[in-house]
Design a binder for this molecule. Structure first.
Ligand SMILES: Nc1ncnc2c1ncn2[C@@H]1O[C@H](COP(=O)(O)OP(=O)(O)OP(=O)(O)O)[C@@H](O)[C@H]1O
Ligand SMILES: [Mg+2]
Length: 143
């Protein structure tokens, strides 16, 4: 089954479901698990980054915190998690890393920080589904 899983997280509730599911799947498949967080240079933090000189430092710390939590949760379940933090356009960075590490599955939340319920999936997930060269597993809710 899957041998090399990539999970994308923005720290949102949805992405935490994706992370929980990815850890379970990695354990069951005995797969390698990598988690990525991307500091979004365009979207939700645009204004924050424009207004504060040290915004990237703050976001970087936030990224590390989120990724550390993923690593920690993995360890609790006996799954080693490699963590990667990038800066750029989230969908591009997720797609790039998936190819770099030759992921055979990308796991993502249906929505993220915006969490607008009337859209089927958020724009990051939409772009990854549309352009990924491997299957994409979209998780809505998983406790
Ligand atoms: N900056 C990010 N880094 C890593 N993964 C991300 C990032 N942003 C989103 N994702 C992944 O994409 C999933 C869906 O989030 P997305 O951003 O597409 O939805 P949204 O925030 O609700 O809507 P939008 O961003 O389009 O306003 C998240 O659960 C997460 O798996
Ligand atoms: Mg988003």
């Amino acid at each position: 089954m899957f041998k090399n899983i990539l999970v994308a997280t923005d720290g949102s509730e949805y992405s935490q479901s994706a992370v929980r599911y990815a850890i379970k799947l990695a354990k069951e498949c005995n797969a390698k698990l990598t988690a990525i967080y991307v500091i979004n240079v365009r979207g939700e933090f645009g204004l924050f980054r424009a207004l504060f000189k040290n915004a990237d430092k703050v976001l970087e710390n936030e990224a590390k915190k989120i990724l550390f939590q993923v690593k920690d949760l993995g360890e609790k379940h006996g799954v080693k998690v490699d963590v990667v933090f990038r800066k750029g356009i989230p969908s591009n960075e997720i797609l790039k890393l998936a190819e770099e590490i030759k992921a055979d599955l990308i796991v993502m939340g249906s929505r993220g920080l915006s969490g607008i319920e009337r859209v089927l999936v958020g724009s990051v997930t939409e772009k990854v589904i549309a352009n990924a060269k491997c299957p994409v597993l979209v998780v809505n809710r998983y406790v």
